[in-house]
Design a protein around this ligand. Structure first.
Ligand code: FAD
Length: 459
């Protein structure tokens, strides 16, 4: 049996089901030009992926295998590979967003496609209602998921000794365009991207992040919403690109639990991730269309530009967007406050905000991002009620009391007393020469949103 092992969202050799197969194998990674074409050449995620695949290549070599690296459209890469040699199957871990499913369908017409389960805890059809339909509300999904959770979800996969490396030129980058094939050195610059400096937190290995988080998991439910505490795991990028196995993370959680630690609130967030992936799988139209209410928002280019350039004059919003632009990160609580402000106070279409986050978030994941935006906009499945609107100032007073987060990202506000940033009135009346006045007033913009939502519902 000659197999192509296609690594995509599982960029690791440890605990990877793809390596538990047997036969002669050609492990590959494809820098997909269909995806890369829309990215800026300084995209941090490409640096992260590049570094992950170089680590993967090194660890596969230690196992007597290797990784062939391609640059091109997946269909053309497979066409070229099949013109060079005969293969029986391609094996890859399932990838569920619309683009990925369409891409995989195309490849399956060229070669039998074996879809392995890896990225999520549950398969997309594993946690369903009694009538076989997907859950649309999180809590019952969560309860069912917990009831179905068993040892198999903790299984650790090992390299099959019967795997044999297919001879190939593994030392160069293979560039495929149409049917033409050229080679280049394996470097980021060869695919048109400039190496980026990643933050200290981004550079930590999953093992280091877990060691650090072990001391914090007990306080996770109490502290996770406070922006400056770094109380969360910081693992979203590792889960996104598979540099950490979800099953290894679950085994780690079980070990923490055996030490008597409270782990359920953290586990619940992982189930949220599964829930969103399951929803996008069953309802792919959600990537663009509302699930429930026909709220479209009101396009306003000036308000959108102010949001995207961190110049709304609302400190917690501008601090969050500045963090996003400068590091590709944004704390979960700030994502929620920003998305509420965007879709309610500014009444902008959630799709615009989703696309802006997609462009900048290091951990961008279609399912989590789309469903979170729909949740914030009150349009999705199991949504935040449309009439609930976060007040960015009271959120600041609650979760960034001393305004350390705001002042870190907006140093121009360093000298402003924290209390002034907790209330809108005080801040609107205080004219700062180096910071814009708020583009909206919370009370009146909330009322405008409520009026808009009601008028849409009455139509
Ligand atoms: P932790 O709190 O340590 O959580 C552990 C893991 O659980 C995370 O790494 C993540 O995989 C998962 N998780 C946690 N919270 C959520 C959640 N609310 N929904 C789904 N999964 C969750 N997360 C992404 O991974 N990619 C996105 O593109 C993304 N976009 C978002 C957009 C908006 C508007 C909002 C409100 C949330 C979004 N999230 C997204 C969810 C969440 O903000 C991040 O997963 C979290 O901030 C990552 O930090 P962490 O790894 O320290 O999380």
């Amino acid at each position: 049996m000659r197999r192509i092992l296609w690594f995509r969202r599982d960029l690791r050799s440890e605990d990877n089901p793809i390596l538990s197969l047997e036969g002669e194998v050609l492990p590959i990674f494809i820098f997909d030009t269909d995806i890369l074409a829309s990215l800026r050449c300084n995209d941090r995620r490409v640096t992260f992926i590049y570094s992950a695949i170089m680590n993967l290549k090194a660890s596969l070599r230690e196992l007597g295998l290797d990784l062939a690296i391609f640059y091109g459209k997946p269909k053309e890469v497979f066409g070229w590979l099949l013109s060079q040699s005969a293969f029986d199957t391609v094996c890859a871990s399932g990838d569920y967003d619309e683009y990925a499913r369409e891409r995989d369908r195309g490849i399956s017409h060229l070669l039998p496609f074996i879809d392995l389960h890896d990225t999520y805890i549950f398969r997309s059809d594993e946690v369903l209602k009694n009538d076989g339909t997907p859950y649309q509300v999180f809590t019952p999904y969560y309860n069912r998921a917990k009831a179905l959770f068993h040892q198999e979800h903790l299984k650790e996969y090992h390299r099959n000794e019967a795997l044999e490396r297919i001879p190939f030129d593994y030392d160069v980058l293979h560039r495929i365009q149409g049917t033409s094939h050229t080679t280049a050195p394996i470097r980021l610059e060869s695919i048109g991207f400039a190496p980026q400096v990643l933050s200290a937190r981004q550079l930590r290995t999953p093992k280091e992040k877990l060691e650090c988080f072990a001391a914090k998991i007990e306080n996770y439910p109490l502290e996770r919403d406070y922006m400056v505490l770094e109380a969360t795991s910081g693992l979203s990028m590792d889960l996104r690109f598979g540099t950490l196995s979800i099953r290894a993370l679950l085994r780690w959680i079980v070990a923490q639990q055996k030490e008597g630690k409270q782990t359920e609130p953290f586990f619940r967030q992982l189930i949220f991730r599964d829930f969103y992936a399951m929803l996008l799988y069953h309802f792919p139209y959600l990537s663009q269309k509302n699930f429930r209410y026909p709220f479209k928002g009101i396009p306003d280019q000036d308000a959108f530009n102010a949001f995207c350039t961190a110049s709304t004059g609302v400190p917690i919003i501008d601090a969050g967007v500045r963090e996003l632009l400068e590091s590709g990160e944004m704390h979960n609580r700030v994502r929620m406050i920003c998305a509420s402000f965007f879709t309610k106070n500014l009444l902008l279409p959630w799709q615009w905000g989703e696309a802006f986050f997609a462009e900048h978030l290091n951990d961008y994941d279609a399912a989590s991002n789309i469903l979170s935006w729909q949740w914030s906009a009150g349009t999705g499945i199991d949504p935040q009620p449309y009439f609930r609107i976060f007040n960015p100032y009271t959120q600041t007073a609650k979760f960034d009391r001393e305004c350390r987060y705001i002042k870190h990202h907006l140093p121009e506000l360093a000298a402003v007393p924290a209390k002034l940033l907790h209330t809108e009135d005080a801040f609107q009346n205080c004219l700062l020469s180096n910071y814009p006045r708020p583009i909206v007033n919370h009370k009146s913009s909330s009322q405008r949103a409520l009026d808009y939502f009601k008028s849409v519902l009455q139509q």
